[in-house]
Design a protein around this ligand. Structure first.
Ligand code: ZN
Length: 480
């Protein structure tokens, strides 16, 4: 017990000694390092900098001296040397490329050209879709974001992938989708004559926020040329289609503002008649379009907004074809003759498409493909071939209606599957050229034609001031 304070003293003394020793050893090591490495290095570095400054000074003086400035011949020789070096580098790169392509096997998937084997339909499909944009006419992902996420775009991990939607970024990339018309859709049965304008604006904003959230994947597109530019940059061109004339609340001013916000097609009706156009889903009231309805179509022509005839009654289709001076589209409709559903296009209307120059973009929904309600990819191809046969390969396109429908054909379950449809058409002997028209070429042509019509009309006509008149019997509506 009594030895303890003594031991503590000893430990303290030893500690102080060791710390002192550590300082001495550390200081000596640092001095040695400075003397042998740091100082000589710094000296050499300073010397080198001095020499470099000297060399620069001499070079500048030489170059600026009128007698020593390089002659035209010297410049010429210098240029020859530079060009020769460039040629050498390019040649080396080409030789390296040839050697590496020769050394890789024939079935290598990474080559740039089309597959040499013509029976490699999927390979050819993927190649064509990488060269020409596939442009789909109708996708309801924005509506899914409304009902699944309350339009909180921040909560939807489209990049990581969603199991509750038929569309997300990995699936779009796998499907090699080049451009997409996103549907700006709200249910007409609850919103018509109430909050359709506001809720449609919600959806338009949602589309822009999806694009804004993933700027490396999507790019807004407002012209045919914007689609080409986005595709060339490897981005999915994103366009806005307003699905249902109820969205404009019978106001041409509202229509124009939707155009200004980026809308490039409007479906004249959804499943409700509007006061100016009949839907295919309700008892006809107008047997087509009213005078104001014709005014809506012509104002859309003047703006350059595509007239979309999906969802309208057959008589509205015919009236719109009689009225429109620009090609029209069906953004997501199939052939009535193959599946007797009122949403599909009857033969007499299909046959009018070549004269109009417009486009029927085939809907994949099982219920519009086959009356039994179950369908296959091959049956979708049947609708495409049928419509092309009744009109031409200039008048058919794709409007999958993904995320707007519950059941899809076997083989076309989500947006990743487009290449398989392309492959099926190639397998049937459809030419590359016609496949390219179907996938996107026709939409680009129609869009450009509508842009041209708009340019012409804007030179000769002012914005329409037509109004629907005393606003039916809705008490909260103004009558002016
Ligand atoms: Zn629809």
């Amino acid at each position: 017990m009594s030895g303890r304070p003594q031991l503590r003293g000893l430990v303290h003394k030893q500690l102080m000694k060791d710390i002192g020793l550590a300082f001495v050893v550390g200081g000596a090591a640092m001095l040695a390092w400075n003397a042998t490495i740091k100082w000589p290095t710094e000296r050499r570095y300073n010397e080198f900098n001095k020499q470099l400054a000297e060399v620069k000074k001499r070079a500048a003086a030489t170059w600026n001296h009128p007698l020593l400035a390089p002659s035209a011949l010297d410049r010429c020789v210098a240029r020859v040397v530079v060009v020769a070096a460039a040629v050498l580098v390019v040649t080396a790169a080409v030789v390296a490329g040839v050697v590496s392509s020769l050394s890789s096997s024939d079935d290598d998937n990474h080559h740039d050209g089309p597959p040499t084997n013509r029976s490699d339909y999927l390979g050819r499909a993927l190649y064509l879709q990488s060269k020409f944009p596939l442009i789909d006419g109708h996708n309801d992902l924005p509506y899914q974001l409304r009902i699944q996420f309350g339009n909180n775009v921040s909560l939807a991990d489209l990049a990581g992938g969603l199991n509750t939607t038929q569309t997300d970024i990995p699936k779009l990339r796998a499907g090699k989708v080049g451009a997409q018309f996103w549907a700006c859709y709200v249910d007409c049965s609850t919103s018509q004559f109430t909050d359709a304008v506001r809720t449609s604006l919600d959806q338009l904003d949602t589309i822009k926020r999806i694009v804004g959230k993933y700027p490396h994947v999507f790019a807004m597109a407002y012209t045919a040329n914007d689609i080409r530019t986005a595709f060339a940059q490897g981005k999915i061109a994103s366009l806005i289609g307003v699905e249902g004339g109820h969205a404009i609340d019978s106001s041409l001013a509202t229509l124009r503002m939707f155009y200004d916000l980026g809308t490039r097609y409007m479906t004249l009706t959804h499943t409700c008649n509007t006061p100016w156009a009949d839907s295919c889903a309700q008892t006809p009231v107008l047997n087509g379009l009213s005078d104001f309805g014709r005014e809506v179509v012509l104002e859309m022509n003047r703006l350059g907004m595509l007239v979309d005839l999906s969802h309208v009654s057959p008589d509205t289709m015919r009236a719109a074809l009689d009225t429109s001076v620009a090609p029209v589209i069906f953004s997501h409709s199939s052939a009535y003759a193959l599946c007797n559903n009122a949403r599909n296009v009857p033969d007499d209307v299909i046959e009018r498409m070549p004269a109009n120059g417009g486009l029927i973009m085939v809907n994949f929904y099982s219920g519009f493909i086959n009356s039994t309600g179950t369908a296959t990819l091959e049956q979708v191809a049947d609708h495409i071939v049928y419509i092309a046969g009744k009109s031409s390969w200039d008048n058919v396109g794709l409007g999958g209606d993904y995320d707007g429908v519950a059941t899809l054909p076997v083989g076309l379950e989500d947006v990743s599957k487009y290449p398989y449809l392309t492959a099926e058409l190639l397998r049937r002997g459809v030419s590359d050229e016609n496949v390219n028209k179907l996938n996107g070429g026709n939409l680009l042509r129609v869009f450009e034609a509508a842009e041209k019509v708009a340019q012409q009309l804007q030179q000769t006509t002012i914005p329409s001031e037509a109004a629907i008149g005393k606003y039916l019997n809705y008490s909260c509506r103004p009558d002016f």
